[in-house]
Design a protein around this ligand. Structure first.
Ligand SMILES: [Zn+2]
Length: 81
């Protein structure tokens, strides 16, 4: 891996890939790619897969869905679908 190689991680929530430096909502289509989409974009050797960030925390509480963790929100996922 080097600074010019795009990096993606496989998301444990949506089973798609997100750019390694991206942190947001899984439904952000611009930043949710399939393996095939990445390979079409960068070629088989043009990108690196990296571990999902912040692996020390439970996936469910990581905030990939908006509004998770907002103070006072007792049902943080209630408006996610
Ligand atoms: Zn995701």
């Amino acid at each position: 891996m080097n600074a010019t190689t795009p990096c993606y991680y496989e998301c444990g929530i949506c089973n798609h890939y997100h750019p390694a430096n991206w942190d947001g909502d899984c439904r952000d289509d611009e930043n949710r790619l399939t393996f095939d989409q990445i390979e079409a974009k960068h070629g088989p050797d043009g990108w690196d897969e990296v571990p999902m960030p912040d692996t020390g925390e439970p996936i469910i509480g990581k905030g990939f869905f908006h509004s998770v963790g907002r103070p006072g929100n007792k049902s943080p996922r209630s408006n996610c679908r």
